[in-house]
Ligand binder design. Structure first.
Ligand SMILES: [Zn+2]
Length: 366
């Protein structure tokens, strides 16, 4: 086998390991690592959770005998070169005696950003970068966006009838049970969920992850995303809604006050308002800076959906389209009249899935 296809093969194994952290690593990135000797994987590791060992350290530790200097270490993200909750991985790699490191993608974290690679090179290690680069980058869309732009990766999610309505007079749900189960996985891979006071008042959603550890294939506690609520005039009466029955953190963006309700784990953050409500860009900046949100899922109604589109603040759109037609009285998911200058927005298709009669379509910003 050619060297480059061998490299891709082993890097692919490392990406599979990295994915195991998708439901737990935030605010840290997903990282996987394999150590290869004589074309065989002799050890594996991945990052599970912030504060726990990094992927490279786990892989080095998982192999008890002394690692042969001709072994190669494959890692999806550039090894870190700074001391955070754990020590720098580059030191341990140098100590291990390994002479070749293959890296998927550079770490955009300003604390690393090439410093890990130069440290390894300085210590006589051969470094190859950019193997399966796009796949490795896609492992950390949210982390990368926060590191580079100080904003979370924003996914807008909506369930629609065939005639593009988001509310139903006939039943509580527009999408079917399989689609709703899929939404559970979306929530589980999100660090935060954004909704609005209108959605809470109209639908009284729980917005939590109801999957078991077994369904997520994890050993850690199931992570519940922080709930962010746009409540301009603080109109929500908290004791009325299901969302406030659990103890996880909630952040209420409003234009009236900054406060900390420690007893109920609620933070109030005052934000400038714009013509159509809260200043969403500022809201997103606060999420990234103060709450380390990598992946944000937006589950709200027409107004918020339209505002994200019109301000160009989204990265991905996921639509669950059911086979029902809603009659009079429904609400469309986009208010075309509010789109800036009525401009045409082009998306690129990212994927299609079928859940019985429902279709899941995902789009990315072009
Ligand atoms: Zn590290």
């Amino acid at each position: 086998m050619e060297n480059s296809s061998k490299n891709s093969k082993f890097m692919l194994e490392a990406t599979k390991l990295a994915k195991k952290g998708s439901f737990s690593t935030s605010p840290n990135p997903n990282v996987g690592c394999v150590i290869v000797h004589k074309d065989k994987i002799i050890s594996k590791g991945y990052h599970i959770k912030s504060g726990c060992e990094h992927a490279e350290i786990n892989a080095l530790k998982n192999f008890k005998p002394k690692i042969h200097r001709n072994s190669k270490l494959y890692v999806t993200l550039e090894p870190c070169s700074f001391t955070g909750k754990t020590g720098p991985c580059v030191n341990e790699i140098v100590k291990s005696g390994i002479k070749k490191v293959i890296i998927g993608t550079k770490d955009p974290n300003p604390k690393v950003n090439g410093k890990g690679i130069s440290f390894l090179k300085k210590h006589g290690i051969k470094v190859k970068t950019g193997v399966l680069e796009k796949t490795c980058e896609d492992l950390n869309k949210g982390f990368n966006k926060r590191m580079i732009f100080n904003l979370p990766y924003v996914t807008l999610k909506s369930a629609l009838s065939t005639n593009n309505m988001i509310s139903s007079k006939k039943s509580k749900w527009i999408s079917n049970a399989k689609s709703r189960k899929d939404v559970q996985f979306l929530r589980a891979s999100s660090c935060g969920i954004l909704t609005s006071s209108d959605t809470i008042i109209n639908d009284n959603p729980k917005l939590n992850v109801r999957l078991k550890r077994k369904e997520l294939h994890i050993n850690t506690k199931v992570r519940q995303p922080i709930v962010f609520i746009l409540d301009t005039n603080l109109k929500i009466k908290k004791n009325k809604y299901k969302l406030f029955k659990d103890s996880r953190k909630k952040v209420i963006f409003n234009r009236k006050k900054n406060a900390n309700d420690e007893k109920n784990n609620i933070v109030y953050r005052k934000v400038k308002s714009s013509k159509n409500g809260m200043n969403l860009k500022e809201v997103l900046k606060i999420m990234a800076k103060e709450f380390y949100i990598n992946n944000l899922l937006v589950e709200a109604g027409q107004k918020v959906f339209t505002e994200f589109l019109s301000k160009n603040l989204y990265d991905e759109i996921i639509i669950y389209k059911s086979s029902t037609v809603e009659s009079k009285g429904g609400i469309k998911y986009i208010n075309e009249n509010l789109l800036k200058n009525n401009k045409k927005i082009n998306f690129s298709l990212n994927g299609v899935n079928f859940f019985d009669k429902d279709i899941k379509i995902s789009f990315k910003k072009k």
